[in-house]
Structure formats: structure tokens, C-alpha cells
Design a protein around this ligand. Structure first.
Ligand SMILES: Nc1ncnc2c1ncn2[C@@H]1O[C@H](COP(=O)(O)OP(=O)(O)OP(=O)(O)O)[C@@H](O)[C@H]1O
Ligand SMILES: [Mg+2]
Length: 202
């Protein structure tokens, strides 16, 4: 970002998000969920986008997420399109943000059951991210969005990278993800009696 955003560390995420929108010429709509104070719904020429903001210590997970999304770009594991990530500073305070497409849908925790056709794509998404050197480490029912075009994994803010931690720790991280995935599959409701799913360890 070339121009500075006049932010004050005391201001809420909401105010900062509005200022970023003014700066980028986006329309601010609302915080996406009351408890997700980092994530906001915004619009660009009527196209809904999510704006994720990190201030101070919270800049790190925004950077982490942007990194993971870049690594996953072009794979079926990649959910929303990453539009941009930028950083700015006011005095000692750094601010990071990233914009992605907004996906219509609800989190699995609210939907309450996993559609049968979503099971394989979800497992595939996790395995692809592992092959690309990323373990999500936060795979749970709040971080899976059930959309009309299928289930999407999102929230890559807690990821672990194989290049950073080395193969041994990364293997543990992969197993951790697969355990989480198996827990998610409890939301699966078989379409006919006797159907079941297994999540094999690698
Ligand atoms: N691209 C998106 N499209 C639709 N909804 C989204 C999108 N990104 C986030 N959301 C919604 O915002 C909520 C919070 O997003 P996310 O899980 O990324 O942040 P968070 O859990 O607050 O972050 P953190 O885990 O770093 O504290 C999600 O549960 C989801 O409902
Ligand atoms: Mg989350």
C-alpha cells in the first residue's frame, strides 16, 4: 500500500476495517460474525469479499494465512481466491489485511451434518495441502464452510509449514490433521444404513 492508513491502535477492528475500505475504495458492509472480529464482509462493485484484518500481534496469523493460500492456489484445496495482502504501519503498529472472495454458505457447526458428497473432497483437500507442505492444524466444524458448490476448508491462520519445521514434526502435524478430519466425519449422516466412512492414516 502506498498511502498510509491513519489508524490508531486504540480503535476497534471495525474502525480499522472501515478505514481500509475507504482507502481501497471498497464498500464496508458488516463484521462477518459477531465473534469473528478479524473478518468483515465488504463489497467491490457489488461483488462480496471478505476482509481479514490483523493489528499488532495479530498480523502474524494473517501473513500465515496468506502464505498458505498462495501455496494452495490453483489446487482444489484452495477455497477462496486470494486478492491481496498488504501491510502498513502507523508508528509502532503494523496492520495486515487480506481480501478473499466471500463464499455463500454456513459453517458445518451450524449446518449440523456433512453432506455425503462433501466427504471425499474434504479429505482430498487435506491431503493436497499436506502434499504442498501445509498442515492446517485447525480443522474443525467452525472452519469448514458448507457452500452450494460443496464443503470448503478455510481458516489457514494456524498452519505449520514442512519447510519450516522439518519432516518429522510435519509428519506429526499431518497425523493431527487426519485425527481432526476423522472427528469432522462424525457429522456425516449416511444416506443408506450401513454406509460408513474411514479416514485411513497415511
Ligand atoms: N471467505 C469466506 N466466505 C464466507 N465466510 C467466511 C469467509 N472467511 C471467513 N468466513 C466466516 O468468518 C468466520 C471466521 O473466519 P475465520 O475462521 O477465518 O476467522 P477466525 O476463526 O476468527 O480467526 P482465528 O482462527 O485466526 O481466530 C468463519 O467462521 C466464517 O463464517
Ligand atoms: Mg476460524
Amino acid at each position: 500500500m502506498t498511502a498510509k492508513i491513519p489508524v490508531n491502535t486504540q480503535e476497534s477492528y471495525d474502525t480499522v476495517a472501515r478505514k481500509i475500505c475507504d482507502h481501497l475504495g471498497l464498500e464496508y458492509v458488516e463484521p462477518l460474525q459477531a465473534y469473528a472480529w478479524q473478518v468483515h464482509l465488504v463489497k467491490s462493485f457489488e461483488r462480496p469479499l471478505t476482509l481479514r484484518v490483523g493489528i499488532g500481534q495479530r498480523t502474524e496469523n494473517v501473513r500465515q494465512e496468506a502464505w498458505a493460500l498462495r501455496r494452495l492456489a490453483g489446487s482444489p484445496a484452495n477455497p477462496p481466491v486470494l486478492h491481496l495482502i498488504e501491510e502498513t504501519r502507523t508508528g509502532e503498529t503494523s496492520i495486515t489485511y487480506l481480501l478473499r472472495d466471500y463464499l455463500e454458505g454456513s459453517v458445518l457447526a451450524d449446518v449440523g451434518k456433512l453432506p455425503p458428497e462433501s466427504v471425499m473432497p474434504l479429505e482430498r483437500a487435506v491431503r493436497i495441502s499436506h502434499r504442498r507442505g501445509i498442515a492446517g492444524l485447525d480443522i474443525n466444524e467452525e472452519n469448514v464452510l458448507i457452500t452450494p458448490s460443496g464443503a470448503r476448508l478455510f481458516d489457514f491462520s494456524e498452519t505449520m509449514e514442512r519447510n519450516v519445521v522439518g519432516p518429522e514434526r510435519f509428519k506429526e502435524a499431518r497425523l493431527y490433521d487426519l485425527d481432526d478430519l476423522a472427528r469432522l466425519f462424525r457429522y456425516y449422516v449416511p444416506s443408506k444404513p450401513g454406509d460408513s466412512i474411514r479416514c485411513d492414516q497415511p
